[in-house]
Design a protein around this ligand. Structure first.
Ligand code: AR6
Length: 174
């Protein structure tokens, strides 16, 4: 497999990539966490475009411009709220990543950065989420030869360490 998956620690809003992914909510009208940071970085035009999109279902994704961000696009996805694991959370989280990769292909996105979708306010356990995120990235690499960089951006060292362990478990060179 091409070695295009990267794990980094930092703030996703400063990355100059084709697209950054936002862990949004169903309204797409902004919120806290990474969503708040992305809206602050992009400026008020982002919420205007988001307001025209009619929201977003859990597991789905929508794309906008990046406005004042260094990234050209923002792909907004809504991950599941964790309710203990028996309410379809894993399928929904998989679907969030998959939907983002479908949009990436459609918009010829070659470099894409993801936060740990659902792992903040929505309470998804980091290890399980990291396995899904990395597994979906492996599939996307196999299916889309145009992808050059997939960057998982962790806000803290513990999360980065979990991603490193899960990448090793899946045999992904990072
Ligand atoms: N760069 C990278 N990662 C970040 C950043 C950042 N600037 N800021 C936070 N994180 P969360 P969710 C990490 O809560 O769980 C919003 O209010 C954070 O440490 O942002 O999907 C939405 O509007 C965590 O690991 O997203 C929704 O209502 C990860 O990003 C709700 O939160 C995701 O945490 C979505 O909850």
């Amino acid at each position: 497999m091409r070695n295009i998956i990267e794990l980094v620690r930092g703030d996703i809003t400063v990355l100059a990539v084709d697209a950054i992914v936002n862990a949004a909510n169903n309204t797409l009208l902004g919120g806290g966490g990474v969503d708040g940071a992305i809206h602050r970085g992009a400026g008020p035009e982002l919420v205007q475009e988001c307001a025209s999109l009619g929201g977003c279902r859990t597991g789905d994704a929508k794309i906008t411009k990046g406005y004042l961000l260094p990234a050209k696009y923002v792909i907004h996805t809504v991950g599941p709220v964790w309710h203990g694991g028996n309410r379809g959370e894993a399928e929904l989280l998989k679907s969030s990543y998959h939907s983002c990769f479908l949009l990436a292909r459609e918009y010829d996105v070659r470099s894409i950065a993801f936060p740990a979708i659902s792992c903040g306010v929505y309470g998804y356990p980091m290890r399980e989420a990291a396995l899904i995120a990395l597994g979906q990235a492996q599939e996307a690499v196999a299916q889309n030869a145009g992808l050059e960089r997939i960057i998982f951006v962790m806000f803290n060292e513990e999360a980065l360490q979990v991603y490193r362990e899960m990448a090793a478990q899946l045999g992904i060179p990072v």
